[in-house]
Design a binder for this molecule. Structure first.
Ligand SMILES: [Fe+2]
Length: 126
């Protein structure tokens, strides 16, 4: 794998006012970079360097697993959010499953937003 962080897919301040530039910077420059650096160091002379990140996660334990999994988690997080995206889904298996087993999309969205606000207040959003 390439032991370099991919650039963020958006500007660090692009998620404001929901996620601050400071928060994005901490997670990208400190957390994500830190996990990548520790993984790079842990695998300095290790044949697993030739594997993909997913293969390293699946085939490791201890510190290598923890750092590789955290790199994967942060990669996934950055790819899962999109600044300015406020559109409701109109189709797809996830929407069908939500509406078939939970509640209508608009209610699900408002419930999630309320839960997020509560968790941000209680946990500090980190
Ligand atoms: Fe983080």
């Amino acid at each position: 794998m390439d032991f370099k962080l991919a650039p963020l897919p958006f500007a660090e301040n692009a998620l404001e006012p929901y996620i601050s530039q400071r928060t994005v910077g901490i997670h990208y420059h400190k957390h994500h970079q830190g996990y990548m650096d520790k993984l790079d160091k842990a695998l300095a002379n290790d044949k697993r360097r030739a594997l993909t990140l997913e293969e390293i996660v699946r085939g490791s334990d201890g510190d290598v697993f923890n750092n590789a999994a955290q790199v994967w988690n942060h990669d996934f997080y950055w790819r899962s959010i999109e600044p300015g995206s406020n559109a409701a889904p109109t189709a797809g298996p996830l929407l069908r499953q939500i509406e078939a087993t939970l509640v209508p999309w608009t209610r699900c969205r408002s419930n999630c937003a309320r839960s997020l606000r509560v968790s941000l207040v209680r946990a500090g959003g980190g």
